[in-house]
Ligand binder design. Structure first.
Ligand SMILES: *Cc1c(COP(=O)(O)O)cnc(C)c1O
Length: 410
């Protein structure tokens, strides 16, 4: 009998007791809305913003209803207009092009490299071809590109950078926190990310004008002076009648749950790194498997794991994924013909009229992805790696594999 993994790839850790206590206190007083405060009280949301700003070393921070709302707010704050092209990675998740589309702008996709980061040569070509002035850079699955090269290129091209740090909260590039290279950094506090409030997000920046616009956009009415990690009221004076209210605030209940978790981020990065490296060691040398190199300057959060099956026919990949699933290994395949669960790829986002990107198609055709929740132990990771290595060997040597639909049909 071959071994089978029986754990869950989607089980989070509980909310820390301090967060539960703080949440119950908010429920007892009932003032969940961030601007519903009594004399002398500072809302949980305002405190959370101050603490997250300090954690990433940003001057300003705004908490929002979701990571997607943070990205759309960032694009609006940069005054991206309807119909305007906005550059983004072709390898990302649906809320990224969705944020661009939500303001009527046009996603322009950029090829991904085999390292799963944005292709800088193609970025330059797409920027020049479209005249785009904004890049929504997704650090997809935690893989950070050479940020010095990217920022130098974008500065030269006059392209402002918004960082989507949904997978890099707590990560760094050369010691600089992810989200602190571009004009604005956006983060998600959704359950599957690095701190958990069910739904939620942050936007950080050092630019007072952008911060004031973002606060007004989030729906601050004329109560922006109750923020702490925001510019002084005079910055709002010139903008308050000009910027629309696109209601997307965070509430005090979520903020209460999140505050103790911000302080846990560095420890979580260390724990995730141990799981990630365990998987890396377990899969080293597996047949037909190419691991993704991690640059020395990248202090990553290993909350998920990716590898490539380069050159494998679709049917062989499908057999591998099915074989792993039968033994409890929950894998996502970015090359699958149809979108499944949380996973779709650029060709599926038809509202954006995507143009085929051959390099990205080649990479995604063999791209396998799995979650590494902190509820996994190092023993779990070693067992999953053993199962995947065995299934890879079986699939790699299978002579004839049933043909299935081509992974990249469109
Ligand atoms: C989850 C996610 C987001 C958006 O976060 P939500 O809080 O769910 O809106 C953005 N980008 C990527 C890559 C994500 O995985």
């Amino acid at each position: 009998m071959s071994e089978r993994f029986t754990g869950s790839f989607t089980q989070q850790e509980p909310i820390p007791e301090a967060g539960i206590d703080a949440a119950v206190a908010v429920l007892r007083h009932g003032r969940l809305h961030r601007y519903n405060t009594v004399a002398g009280e500072v809302a949980e949301t305002a405190l959370l913003e101050e603490e997250f700003a300090a954690y990433v070393g940003a001057t300003y921070c705004l908490a929002l209803a979701s990571g997607g709302a943070a990205m759309a707010c960032a694009l609006r704050a940069l005054q991206v207009k309807p119909g305007e092209p906005v550059l983004s990675n072709a390898f990302t998740l649906a809320p990224v092009p969705g944020a661009i589309a939500s303001i009527g702008a046009k996603p322009v996709f950029v090829e991904v490299t085999e390292d799963l980061t944005i292709d800088l040569a193609h970025l330059e070509a797409q920027a020049k071809a479209t005249g785009a002035r904004v890049l929504l850079l997704s650090h997809m699955r935690g893989h950070v590109c050479d940020m010095d090269a990217l920022m130098a290129l974008c500065d030269r091209l006059g392209v402002r950078v918004v960082e989507d740090c949904a997978h890099t909260m707590g990560a760094k590039w050369k010691g600089v926190p992810s989200g602190r290279h571009g004009a604005i950094g956006c983060y998600s506090t959704q359950t599957y990310k690095h701190i958990n409030s069910g739904e939620g997000g942050f936007l950080v920046t050092d630019d007072a004008g952008l911060a004031a616009r973002a606060v007004l956009l989030s729906g601050s009415y004329m109560l922006y002076a109750r923020h702490r990690a925001a510019p002084p009221p005079e910055v709002f004076e010139a903008l308050k009648l000009e910027v629309p209210n696109v209601s997307s605030r965070m509430d005090n209940l979520r903020a209460a749950i999140l505050r103790p978790q911000v302080a846990m981020l560095d420890d979580r990065r260390t724990r995730w790194r141990a799981l990630y490296q365990g998987m890396e060691q377990g899969l080293a040398g597996a047949s037909g498997v190419k691991l993704i190199p991690r640059p020395q300057h990248e202090d990553y959060v290993g909350s998920s794991f990716q590898f490539l099956l380069p050159g494998w026919e679709a049917a062989r990949v499908a057999r591998f994924v099915a074989g792993a699933a039968a033994r409890g290994g929950e894998l996502k395949w970015f090359g699958a013909a149809d979108p499944a669960g949380f996973t779709s790829r650029y060709a599926h986002w038809q509202y954006a009229n995507p143009v085929p990107l051959p390099q990205t198609d080649r990479v995604l055709a063999g791209l396998i992805d799995m979650r590494l929740p902190l509820t996994f132990t190092e023993t779990d990771v070693a067992q999953i790696a053993r199962i995947l290595s065995e299934e890879a060997a079986l699939a790699a040597k299978a002579e004839a594999v049933e043909p299935v639909a081509a992974p990249v049909a469109d």
